[in-house]
Design a protein around this ligand. Structure first.
Ligand code: ZN
Length: 451
């Protein structure tokens, strides 16, 4: 069996790993590159192998950096099945068409502003391409083996990262590989912890926080104190959040803080059509997370869902204290940009990020103290208070991941460290060698190993 690292190895986006047996090819994750332009350009390079030569795709979870290249793969000839959990499929039905819409808008904008070298810049994929890709999905329950090809079996186990997220254990002949996907936290307020792994010969392990610990602050306390300070100044607290995952956690924490009277009862808005759809799904799938039906109903009641563009524009005129959650989580696009334009220049307001900010994003610049940001071609001075409550991340830090691996019955012959910036990946390699005595390496992009 051969394994090729086609993406997500020197960065946290663009996850793509190709397994090859004598007869078949299976791709695990098929993500889009996001963040700095140099990375985004890789999306346009074309897939290194003809998509029609791939028999099957296995998807660990719905986040675009793991699923967002699927419409392109299908457009260019992939005809197999895309295997994932039920919730991952339902989330992809929301996320992929939205990603297609953004691609179409980018192409239109590039044409209008003449950014592109082409007279008629084409989108990477369209809403229609995304809808077409969804027809290839096939869903599987956790811990139930399935066969993506006639010589490979696979099994999903809960990864605790977002709704539907999974680690996948793949077997061929007498060899097994575990792909960790993105790994959640031991004590996430809304997601259950990742399940212990079964033994495997090889492990591909994510390393987003391979060189960092999450701060030990209590995220609830920190969030309460930041919101209280903002509201006391008469300001608005703006929380950029990933539409899938963190937006739902913030809604839960804010509801809890208001109910326990730790923060005032100001209106709470969720302004992102995608986050609203994801929240509906989340509230519906309560068997998959820690919140019960009553808690889900209370969150629904406590939140004003802003769906239409007109309501979004009206909310943007608001100057009275409020809490606004909007996507995207790294302020790279979406309705949060309009809120930033109108809120970031006033010292009374605050912008509270909730998780990993990839290099090159506005979110990263803001949490690192930039004094101005560029949005839609114009500069805005940053006068609002800016925070990142890093302890709200949906990724385990290296200590949490080591603790999870120690619970597992796993002693791999080799670990390949993926999904991390170069320093984080290398630090994770050292942690595995020093603390577990495991043989680990950080693969290079497009490299291949014989297993
Ligand atoms: Zn993820």
């Amino acid at each position: 069996m051969k394994l090729r690292f086609l993406g997500g190895v020197d960065t946290v986006t663009g996850s793509r790993h190709l397994m090859e047996t004598d007869r078949h090819r299976v791709l695990v994750d098929c993500g889009l590159y996001q963040g700095v332009k140099m990375l985004r350009r890789r999306n346009w390079k074309g897939f290194p192998e003809p998509p029609s030569s791939i028999d099957s795709v296995i998807l660990t979870h719905a986040h675009i950096d793991h699923s967002g290249y699927l419409p392109v793969l299908v457009k260019h000839g992939f005809k197999g099945k895309i295997h994932c959990t039920q919730a991952t499929y339902e989330l992809c039905r929301i996320l992929l068409p939205d990603a297609g819409h953004l691609q179409e808008e980018d192409a239109r904008y590039a044409k209008k502003k003449k950014f592109s070298r082409h007279d008629n810049p084409e989108p990477l994929f369209t809403v229609e391409d995304a809808r077409h890709a969804l027809e290839f999905f096939e869903t599987h329950a956790y811990n139930k083996e399935f066969s993506p090809t006639d010589d490979i079996t696979a099994l999903f186990s809960p990864a605790g990262h977002i709704l539907g997220s999974a680690c996948v254990r793949v077997r061929h002949d007498n060899q097994s590989i575990v792909f960790s996907g993105d790994v959640g936290r031991q004590a996430d307020p809304i997601m259950r912890p990742p399940e212990a792994l079964q033994n495997a010969d090889y492990l591909l392990l994510e390393s987003t926080y391979g060189d960092r610990r999450h701060s030990t602050e209590d995220p609830e306390e920190t969030l309460a104190s930041m919101i209280n300070q903002t509201l006391a100044r008469g300001g608005i607290a703006l929380l950029p959040a990933f539409a899938v995952g963190r937006a739902q956690m913030l809604l839960y924490l804010i509801h809890k803080l208001q109910k326990e009277k730790h923060i005032p009862d100001v209106p709470v808005f969720l302004n992102s059509p995608m986050a609203i759809s994801a929240t509906e799904l989340f509230l519906h799938h309560h068997h998959e997370h820690r919140l019960n039906e009553a808690q889900c109903a209370a969150i629904d009641e406590n939140t004003t869902f802003v769906r239409s563009v007109d309501d979004s524009i009206a909310l943007n005129q608001r100057r009275k204290p409020a809490i606004i959650i909007s996507a995207s989580g790294m302020a790279t696009g979406g309705r949060v940009l309009h809120h930033l334009k109108s809120l970031v220049t006033d010292y009374r307001n605050s912008v509270i990020f909730a998780g990993f900010q990839a290099p090159g994003t506005r979110g990263d610049a803001m949490v690192n103290g930039t004094d101005r940001i560029k949005i839609h071609g114009a500069y805005y001075p940053v006068r609002a208070e800016v925070h990142n409550i890093d302890s709200l991340s949906a990724h385990g830090d290296y200590e949490e991941i080591l603790a999870w691996l120690k619970q597992s019955d796993i002693r791999p012959r080799k670990v390949f460290i993926t999904h991390g910036e170069p320093c984080a990946a290398d630090a994770m390699r050292k942690h595995l060698e020093d603390e577990l005595g495991w043989n680990a390496e950080v693969p290079e992009l497009n490299s291949e190993v014989d297993l």
